[in-house]
Design a protein around this ligand. Structure first.
Ligand SMILES: [Zn+2]
Length: 63
């Protein structure tokens, strides 16, 4: 599976704390399972990713 690569440029393996734009919770982008940038720029934590089912970013290529 190549899902983990997505389109995200990971500069390093250190913690990357982001604030989830959906729930407002801080999370570590690099360690939170399923966490990603929705639409390539909105940080979304793993919880919301699973909750809203946004893990599949098939919409990414369709504007
Ligand atoms: Zn969240």
């Amino acid at each position: 599976m190549a899902d983990e690569e997505n389109h995200i440029d990971i500069e390093n393996n250190e913690e990357k704390i982001e604030v989830c734009y959906t729930c407002g919770k801080e999370f570590d982008m690099n360690s939170d399972e399923g966490a990603h940038y929705h639409y390539g720029k909105y940080p979304m934590c793993g919880y919301c990713t699973n909750f809203f089912g946004f893990y599949n970013e098939e919409m990414m290529g369709k504007k």
